[in-house]
Write a protein that binds this ligand. Structure first.
Ligand code: CP
Ligand code: NVA
Length: 299
């Protein structure tokens, strides 16, 4: 049966550790032939730069081939059911990465696919990004276990939710500062089993943190709310003054794309504390390890 990666906990903690070891090796030895002749389909219903490029580069560097379908390219736009599309792609490819809107749409796709399905971002999760983020924290700080990560901004969207899932899985503390109306959903908070603390202010969340991270105020699909959100998130910018409250060795992460001067100051993105470019590059390495795992070790 195909093994899917729709959320972080679809792999066990031991599998995450093995995946990071393999990713570190693949970072040193970029070109391997482990997926020669394999095909990855990348299906996008939202735009992308990093996810598309890192998955395409990953499968190419492992000897395989990618076929990318961008929004509007396929018959999905004309109403072909997602279940039928999943069945058809399963006949052509060895794995499929899907970026879409509702998590239920991805889950329906996965129910009808007979090849591994990878979540390349939904409204509710971005697990591939978290693989890269945690890998980057461990590269810079040695281990993520027992560290404190401060999340500033939208607590209700995919990135914050996946950070909360990661906190429980990898056993670190996540402090979230989000404005009223944009908090972490209660069920996600409950599932994080005490690893997540909600803070009243960004200052409280960042105090003494090892990692400071944020994301756009308006995620893809929420564009109609841009003005309302810009107003609600005033005071939630990760700037140099806020970062000073973190530990001196603290690193800054952002999944990108960023709005410089909005959720994060340009000087922070470009500062020595920024690990943002490594974070973006590490998408490539962790996803290579993920593709190998899912394609070569079906359960
Ligand atoms: N971080 C991330 O997923 O970027 P893209 O939207 O460019 O793929
Ligand atoms: N929360 C953002 C992440 C982009 C990688 C979005 O969904 O648009």
């Amino acid at each position: 049966m195909a093994r899917h990666f729709l959320k972080l906990s679809d792999l066990t903690f031991a599998e995450h550790r093995a995946l990071f070891l393999r990713a570190a090796r693949l970072k040193r030895e970029r070109r391997q032939n482990t997926l020669a002749g394999r095909t990855l389909v990348c299906l996008f219903e939202k735009p992308s730069t990093r996810t598309r490029l890192s998955f395409e580069a990953a499968i190419h560097q492992l000897g395989g081939h990618a076929i990318t379908i961008t929004p509007g390219d396929s018959q999905l736009g004309r109403g072909e059911p997602i279940a039928d599309t999943a069945r058809v792609i399963s006949g052509y490819a060895d794995a499929v990465m899907v970026r879409t809107f509702a998590d239920a749409r991805l889950e329906e796709f996965a129910r009808h696919a007979t090849i591994p399905v990878i979540n390349g971002l939904t409204d509710g999760a971005h697990p591939c990004q978290l693989l890269a983020d945690v890998f980057t924290v461990e590269e810079r700080l040695g281990t993520v276990k027992s560290r404190t990560v401060a999340w500033i901004g939208d607590g209700s969207a995919n990135m914050a939710r996946s950070w909360a899932e990661a906190a429980a899985l990898y056993d670190f503390r996540l402090r979230i500062a989000a404005p009223e109306g944009y908090r972490l959903p209660p069920e996600v908070l409950a599932a994080a089993k005490g690893h997540v603390t909600e803070c009243a202010t960004p200052e409280e969340a960042v105090e003494g943190a090892h990692v400071v991270t944020t994301d756009v105020w308006t995620s893809m699909g929420q564009e109609a709310e841009t003005e309302r959100r810009r107003h609600a998130f005033q005071g939630y910018c990760v700037d140099a003054a806020l970062l000073k409250r973190a530990r001196p060795e603290a690193i800054v992460l952002h999944c990108l794309p960023a709005h410089r001067g909005e959720e994060i100051a340009a000087e922070v993105i470009d500062s020595p504390q920024s690990a943002i470019w490594d974070e973006a590059e590490n998408r490539l390495h962790v996803q290579k390890a993920l593709l190998e795992k899912l394609i070569l070790e079906p359960s």
